[in-house]
Ligand binder design. Structure first.
Ligand SMILES: [Zn+2]
Length: 441
């Protein structure tokens, strides 16, 4: 019997990964209950997972079973790189990275100095994540600490766990968007003290990228990591060839772009590097050796025209780099991790390799949880994990429904249809800590 009193019960086709799949057809990598029941304890964590027949007797009187019938119930999706102040930059026309920052993003992010604007957009941001089945995200705020306060407050009120940080940026941006090495350090430290470990919230030290931080600021970011073990670090690395040339010019003493971060102590197992598209062998070796994570943001890489993530090179046997999958809204064009996986599939096709459905769904759940060092908390349907769930409807649209007519009980084929045709419309419901936090109309 569960140790906590059971306060919620969710019935459906329960699917969760126990490890990464070796390839297509490797169904041993998951646990699957065709008619399953998940029990949630009063603490918001999963109390038990099993078949309906096995567990139905443990539903206490007075607890209504949320019956999702033939729909799939998975661990909530995890987005490992997204920008909170770019919800109104998404879908901006006609630029590549450096011009895109100048023309759109550095204008938009100035609005987040206003706490009321930040609070209103935090509500929209959380709504949109949950509508897309994303229950944990790693988030860039604006340079203003109040943007991160607004975001964490909204997440905590809803029971969602975020990893977020205030952008550190002390040069090459409008004056209204820059901090200094000292104020960036001081404001980040205050946010860590206020939010890291507060409820479900965690902090990520967030230097935007090498172009917008001086050596003194990168040094301060390294100090924050040393002084606060367990916080994450997030930044951008090797996204665009013009960016790389500019980093070379700004840091002539560094061996390469990765070395700019390395020399300030920013590599390591809690460090997330967005993009990692144009890395040299030496850079990949250093990321591997340090346990750092390369974050693949396919809709962004295609939309801004940055390049094709080289998963084969990064996964090479002798020095594999840990990887994660992410939307990168607003350079990315969708909040949906399903749409993101569909674009990842296409990028890898152009690299002459495939992305099996099992690998895609593992990546956005347990795989991303492992990349964050949080697999003991989120990413799988196991007792003790947070009851953060997404319910997927494989008949959500006419096109999906029509295609499903040809699927004769083949689970892997159904999952591939979710990955290629699914989006927010196929998310029937989302749960945080066992409580319904989104129900599709
Ligand atoms: Zn980004």
């Amino acid at each position: 019997m569960p140790s906590q009193p059971v306060t919620a019960a969710i019935r459906g086709r329960l699917l969760s990964f126990t490890r990464a799949p070796a390839g297509p057809g490797d169904l041993d990598c998951l646990t699957y209950h065709e008619d399953g029941l998940l029990l949630v304890g009063a603490d918001g964590r999963i109390a038990a997972v099993g078949s309906w027949e096995e567990l139905r007797g443990q539903v206490p009187e007075g607890v209504t079973v949320d019956d999702h019938g033939g729909r799939l119930v998975l661990p909530g999706f995890i987005d490992t790189h997204i920008h909170f102040p770019q919800t109104q930059v998404i879908g901006s026309y006609g630029t590549q990275l450096l011009d895109w920052l100048e023309k759109y993003t550095f204008i938009e992010e100035q609005k987040y100095a206003d706490p009321a604007h930040a609070a209103a957009n935090a509500a929209f941001f959380l709504d949109e994540l949950l509508r897309n089945g994303t229950t944990t995200a790693v988030v860039y705020g604006s340079v203003h600490p109040q943007s991160v306060d607004a975001l964490f407050a909204e997440a905590e009120a809803r029971g969602a766990g975020l990893i977020a940080g205030k952008v550190m940026m002390d040069r090459h941006a409008p004056a209204a968007l820059t901090d200094t090495a000292e104020s960036g350090y001081r404001d980040s430290k205050a946010l860590i003290e206020r939010w890291h470990g507060q409820g479900r919230q965690r902090y990520a030290v967030t230097p935007r990228f090498a172009i917008t931080s001086t050596a003194a600021q990168l040094e301060a970011a390294g100090a924050l990591l040393r002084e606060h073990p367990g916080v994450h670090m997030q930044t951008h690395l090797s996204e665009n060839t013009d960016e790389i040339a500019e980093v070379r010019r700004l840091f002539p003493a560094a061996r390469d772009y990765t070395d700019v971060y390395d020399r300030f102590g920013l590599l390591g197992p809690t460090s997330l590097f967005g993009h990692c598209i144009h890395l040299s062998e030496a850079e990949m070796a250093r990321l591997s050796e340090s346990g750092s994570v390369a974050v693949f943001c396919p809709t962004s890489n295609l939309f801004i025209g940055s390049g094709l993530f080289d998963l084969d090179a990064l996964s090479a046997g002798r020095r594999p780099v840990r990887t994660a999958l992410a939307t990168d809204v607003g350079g990315g064009t969708s909040y949906s991790m399903l749409r993101t996986a569909a674009e990842a599939y296409k990028v890898l096709q152009l690299r002459r390799r495939n992305l099996p459905a099992l690998a895609a769904l593992h990546w956005m759940t347990r795989g991303n949880a492992e990349a964050l060092g949080m697999a003991g908390e989120i990413g799988s349907l196991e007792p003790g994990r947070w009851a953060d769930l997404v319910v997927l409807d494989s008949h959500a649209t006419p096109a999906m429904n029509h295609r499903m007519e040809t699927v004769d009980g083949d689970l892997e084929e159904e999952l591939f249809i979710q990955v290629t045709l699914g989006d927010d419309r196929s998310v029937a419901a989302t749960y945080l800590r066992g409580r319904s936090s989104h129900l599709r109309q």
